[in-house]
Design a protein around this ligand. Sequence first.
Ligand SMILES: [Zn+2]
Ligand SMILES: [Zn+2]
Length: 324
Amino acid sequence: MSTHSSSDRFYTEYDSRLVEEAVLLRSAGHPEENQFRRARNRIYEIADSEECEKRFHGFHADWFHRFNLGHPITAALEEQVSLVRDTRCCCVIFTPSAQDEGADLHEARDSCPADHEAKRMILLKLKPNTLLDTSNLQTFLRHEFMHIADILDPQFGYEPLLPKSEFGPAYESLVRERYRVLWDARIDGRLFRRGWVTEGIREKRLAEFTATFSIRDREAEEKFRQFFDSESQTHAGLMAFVLNAGTKTDRSLGGKPQARPCPLCRFPSFSIIEGAVGLSTEARDEIAVDFPEWRPEQGLCCQCADLYRARRLSRSAEATLPRI
Ligand SMILES: [Zn+2]
Ligand SMILES: [Zn+2]
C-alpha cells in the first residue's frame, strides 16, 4: 500500500502486515468496530484464496486511511524538508521488537541502466502498537527522521563505517555506543530548541553523557553543551570526541575519584570491576577469545562486562555504526 506526498514525486509505502495489525488493533473498541468486523468477515466467504487475499489487502488499506493511521508519519516526513526533497520514498516496515524500531537510509540502484543515480529511500521499522501510541509517536518520529536529515546533510558529513582499529570488538562496540550518545544529544538538542520535545530531555541526555564518557560535574556539563546546545557539529567532530574524550583524565585532581582505562576497551571508566567479580565462566571464556592476554585480576569496565555477559557480541560483525 502506498501514499503520495504533496510533492507527488515522493511516496510512502506500508508493508501489508503492519497495515493489517495496526488496523486490527485500532478497530478494537472503536465506535465503528461492528461495521468493520462485519465487512471483514464477508471477505472470508470468498472461495478463491488469491482473490480473498487481494480483498483483505484492499480492505485493510481502506481502513488504514479511514483511521488516519499514516498521518503522523506523513506529517513528520513533511516537516523536515530534506527528507521529501532528497529521497524517493519512505518504506514503513513491520517489526515485532521495540529494539529494532527506527529509521535508516538505504540506497537502491536500478539494475539497469547502470548510469542511473542511486535511489535513496528511508526505511522505517515500527511495531503496530507504536503506530497507535499517538502521545509518543510524534516525538519518536521527529527524533528518528532527524538522524536521516543529518545523514542527508553534506555539512554533517556522515560516514557509516567506523575508523579502523586494532583494539577488537569490545572497543568497536563502545565506539558505536559513545557515538550514539553524542548523536542523540545533538539531535535532541535541536528538537528541544524547536520546541519539539518535552522538558526533561536535557537532563536525561546529560545523565547518559556523563555515564558514558566518565566525565563529571562541571566539566561534563561544559562538554555536553558542545553537542546539545550547538547546531554546527559534524560527524568528524563527534567521532573525534568519541575517540579522544577522557583519555587525559589520569591527572591528579586533589583526591577526586579518577577514571581508569579499562584493559579491554581502553576507554576510561569510573566503574572498573576489580578482579572481574561476578563475571561468569562463560563470559570470561568469551573475553579470552577476543583478548587471550587478559587476566581477570586486571578487571574490566561495566560496559565491557555487560557486553560479554549478554554474549551478544558478534566477533565477525561488520564494524558499521548503529542504525539509530
Ligand atoms: Zn537516536
Ligand atoms: Zn571496557
